[in-house]
Design a protein around this ligand. Sequence first.
Ligand code: GLC
Length: 476
Amino acid sequence: MLKINKNKKNISRILFCAAEAAPLAKVGGLADVVGSLPQALKIQDIDARILMPAHGSISLSNWKAKKINSFEVKIGKKKENVSIWQIKIKNITYYLLQNSTYFKGKVYEGDNANKYLFFARAALKALTLLPFKPQIIHAHDFHAASILTGLASSTRSKRPGLVLTIHNLQSQGWTEEKTLLKFGFSIEDFKFLDKRKKYTGWINLLTAGIKSADKITTVSPTYAKEILTAEYGYGLEKLLKSRRQDLVGILNGIDVKTYNPADDKRLAQKYSSKDVLVGKQVNKRVVRSYMNLVDDHSPLFVFIARFSNQKGLDLFKSKDLLRLQKKFPFQLMILGSGEKKYEQMMLAVNKDLPDSMRTIIAFDETLAHNLYAAADYFLVPSKFEPCGLTQMMAMRYGAVPIVRATGGLKDTVIDKETGLVFNQYTSKNFINTLKQALEIYYNQPALYRKIRSNGLKQDWSWQASAPKYKNLYQDV
Ligand code: GLC
């Protein structure tokens, strides 16, 4: 007999709150998730809308935004004007909060604790004015966590359910008590004080969010376990352990319509799994010529990421790469931007490999799609990786991923079946795995093709994970 859990609630209205959402503003994978999960939830009969800042980088007129309301909030002694704009994209509603003091720059420009405390304060007011009454507020990362904190003190029957998703535990949002007060929060709201420890005066917005949420999710099952350890918990492992009952890891999906080589207008040549060989050849030739690299028979390694300590950039050592290249020629293309230190590091490696490597310091979606299409191998050697989306995108474009066994990378890539996987975070392990990849490419082409075709067969859509979110919402 079918067992129906009577305690499950009927949930159909969710409001996502986040710093970034594709296609309006994208810095990293957070935007991909916030921009694509609502589409998948629609199929589950859930109307998920998005609330985010109207960053200065977003052109409201190009997106045909409609102003639906405006209000004032008092910040310290100053009154700040906030307008609520509405944009509909592919039937998903985005609400954007516009303010000329805090949101005039790019997504993470300026003091982020101030900026996102302001976002929370404005969002809490906007919630009372929106023509949409969500049953669940689903906040993403520390930037939206204080919205939950602002709501948590009401009894559950008088407020919406509160869900927090952690996309990256490294970034926690530290601020001072006086700043909290300036944005209209009280220390009591932040229930952050650990009585046993001496209060240092610093307040952690993510900690408060974790304490305030009814349910906490993170973006892969492995990362959900890792963050309970000192190595990955960034100081919050004890707190997360204490909330273990309410913590779950749900693997991200990707937008398989946007990332589809058979229908990708950005590519020199579209291709499907049936003509992957020719498709990749043509795209590789075009990319090589664009990058001014010789068109030979060597395989192409590609790396695309936000440049930060998370992504494994310090594993690329010129000496090792040069030595490896003598035995097995290869080309390497690096695309990304971020911390200056890593940009300089990758430009320096490039100087040592002028004939076979290109480092492009940029955020360039079109180039990224072309690189997925051209790549033979795609490198994701992360130190930690909550989920990682690029390895899935790579497989969809028939680029074999080489990843470190951490977080979502561990959950999505199987060694010698859909990619190559290494364990310890050392240059030696990384280089040995590149060597193994080259051996397979040059000496075992049938195995290479098998791994690639296994990757192409995987389903990375939200189909498996959207029902898990629905299930979670019903339990809040
Ligand atoms: C963050 C994480 C990344 C994850 C993405 C989306 O960028 O670093 O691993 O895939 O968020 O959840």
